[in-house]
Design a protein. Sequence first.
Length: 343
Amino acid sequence: MTKTTKIRTQTKQQRAHNKSFSLCLRVVFLSACFLFAQQPKADVNTQDKPRNDIENYKYCLEQNWIDNAYCYLNYGIDSTANSVNNLFKVNDIYDINNTATTKGRLRFGWEPRSRDWAESDFRFRIRAKFPAFEDRVELLFSDEEDDVNGQNVKAARNRELGANDQAVVALQFKKEESDNMRYRIGFGRGSQLYTRARYSDVYHLSDGVDFFYFAETNYYSRDKLGFELNGELGVELTNNSAFEINNSFNFRDKTDDWFWRHEFQYIYLAKNETSYLFTAMIDGLSKPSYRTEQMLVSFRYKRQVLRDWLFLEVEPFLLWLREEDFRTSVGIAIRAEIHFSTN
């Protein structure tokens, strides 16, 4: 049995545990939002309650069901973040400019393809900043890793890096708000305790041409020591179009090999919050040889619908996987995405 086969076997054994951990995180998050969102009142004292509680959310019950649900979602997330922020306030005096801020998205998707019609995907990502820490600390609550394996199409996430339910709960902090070095500690990759340090920067090469890069070292309780390098060249063609070339390399001590990815993306922004994104990607491993594991070509259509916070995505794609002997798999991803942001 090869090392790659052993890794795949271990990944399958851990998958059920990872899904259970991710499900628990989702339940805890949704329960917290529900509890905080039960009774938003309009007749509260502005000296005791945050501004958002009385100005942004007192009309929740007066709207139609879709706006009402969105209002309660924002209220729950905002209240939860401010409750955490209030635990670390220096004094009890309410400051209108000293409330926590949150931003994020929820995504629901169905991604049928040949040989796998049941693939579904639920992703969420929430970031909260706390003025009590002078905006140097962020709370991250997500169902995806922001690393080399973060593909939009779920089937294109490398199985050996953990393609399913990469739940993350972590604190990210830095010495100064503008510091290029960031540190993180938390849980990820299926309930593993981890810590990482990442340095990132961007070079403006010329008008409309930028080079962004980051380098990080990390340590996971099961995956052990790891390194990641990422370089991205962005070229703005017009005010509405640009392309990016991305190259990533990820090393894990547990597998003792490098995972690499090369990606090209072209984006065009149209009117009415509509965008078109073409992606061509190839990735693979360094052992037993530097070989391709999968290839992807996709075209995503994304448009704002009904509300300014609701987006619909349709992404037809072609996928070739080594585990399927590189037979062409034709698929389409249909997603609904909810964006939210509080001040």
